[in-house]
Design a protein around this ligand. Structure first.
Ligand SMILES: [Zn+2]
Length: 413
């Protein structure tokens, strides 16, 4: 007998798609919550939910805790629908996870990778990993409904391709979606940049659940920003929204990898911190950094600066404070412009602890309008190392259902 495999995206009437939207925010929902969010009557809610249950998309899964009265039944997606995959490609690592349609991770693997490898090589590895994870779980790869992929570079979201990616020039315009569709024809493939998927991960498993307007700032080799507006990622017209690393902070500053002068990234990210540390060591401002540099054969890493900070080294602390102030000055502009309620700081440099965070906060509070900072919280991300892969799964889920008759906004292929 020929198995009847589903094909994503799953097309739903507008009202049913609305139920899916409510459910996606928390991974589960109840009938009263759907009524509250949508403004529907109990009868209308009940009718739409019944239709989704009949189609095998939703499932009643038991009772929610309630303070007296009848307990509303919890609704979740029916796991029999199929599976989704999240792929998080970093500059030096690769993480792949297989999850059920409720976002529960079933199988996962992480391994070192070099993003400078050709896309066919690295993405070919991803395809094999997905197949082996499906085998381990004992499922057919044809049951994979959707694959979300995060990549460390600027992505044209509707086309699903990287555009002028500095870390991975060979990937320019490589048809990532097509490459995965060849191996998984029934799956929907969605590609986005690493900071956007982190913002999706933050929304699902971090402190950003139920937060409508927030920013995720990733500080590492570069500096990027994920923008959540009304609970949805804002990508802009072409996908480049949030590329704050190339906002100019000093017109006479050093040349950035984008070709312009004095970009935030060139002044305050990992490589700039390294350079400042080497200069401090050479100028005799820090004995600690000088010793580390000699031991490392003339080099220093951000981790060395971090260690120096922990030792209370004044030169290293000054480098971090300067970096934090520049980032904070740019964030102050974003806060005035966008008025988020939360900013979450993440990335390799964020591990530098409170000195960086305090410098960022000070600059933001000094330069933003009082109304914009009254309820503003600036903190480290609470999602930790899982943010990328969880976010990639959320990306895969986000586009699983589409409204009948609507144009697929993730592109045509
Ligand atoms: Zn630049």
């Amino acid at each position: 007998m020929k198995a009847d495999f589903p094909k994503a995206p799953l097309v739903l009437p507008a009202a049913e798609a609305e139920v899916m939207r409510v459910l996606r925010n928390n991974g589960q929902t109840t009938r009263p919550e759907i009524s509250r969010v949508t403004g529907w009557s109990r009868a209308k809610t009940s009718q739409e939910v019944s239709s989704l249950v009949k189609k095998g998309i939703l499932k009643d899964v038991g009772e929610e805790d309630s303070k007296g009265g009848r307990k509303p039944r919890l609704l979740r997606l029916n796991n029999h629908l199929g599976y989704v995959v999240g792929v998080d490609i970093g500059a030096t690592s690769l993480e792949v996870a297989l999850a059920d349609v409720n976002g529960q991770i079933l199988q996962r693997t992480a391994e070192p990778a070099d993003v400078r490898d050709a896309p066919e090589v690295l993405l070919g590895r991803c395809r094999k990993i997905i197949q082996s994870l499906a085998e381990k779980e004992g499922i057919s790869a044809q049951l994979i409904l959707s694959i979300g992929i995060g990549v460390p570079g600027p992505v044209n979201f509707s086309r699903g391709v990287l555009v002028a990616p500095p870390l991975m020039p060979d990937w320019e315009n490589f048809p990532i979606r097509l490459f995965f569709k060849e191996a998984f024809p029934s799956a929907l493939v969605v590609v986005d940049n690493d900071v956007n998927i982190m913002a999706l991960g933050e929304q699902r498993s971090g402190d950003a659940a139920n937060v409508d307007h927030f920013l995720v700032i990733k500080i590492g080799t570069g500096i990027g920003c994920g923008i959540m507006v009304n609970g949805k990622i804002h990508r802009g017209s072409d996908g480049s929204a949030g590329d704050i690393g190339h906002i100019c902070v000093d017109k006479s500053g050093p040349i950035c990898r984008c070709g312009n002068r004095g970009c935030l990234e060139a002044m305050a990210a990992g490589p700039a911190i390294e350079e400042s540390a080497i200069l401090a060591a050479k100028e005799g401002k820090s004995e600690f950094l000088r010793e580390r540099m000699e031991a490392n054969g003339g080099k220093l890493t951000p981790e060395d600066v971090n260690m120096a900070c922990r030792e209370g080294d004044e030169a290293a602390l000054e480098i971090i404070r300067t970096s934090g102030k520049m980032i904070g000055d740019v964030l102050a502009g974003l806060v005035n412009f966008f008025n988020p309620s939360h900013i979450f700081i993440t990335g390799g440099i964020a591990n530098f602890g409170n000195h960086l965070l305090i410098a960022i906060k000070r600059a933001v509070l000094r330069r933003s309008l009082p109304l914009a900072t009254t309820n503003l919280s600036i903190n480290f991300s609470a999602t930790g190392p899982d943010a990328g892969v969880v976010g990639a799964i959320m990306l895969a889920l986000e586009y699983l259902f589409v409204v009948e008759g609507s144009k697929p906004y993730y592109g045509s292929s």
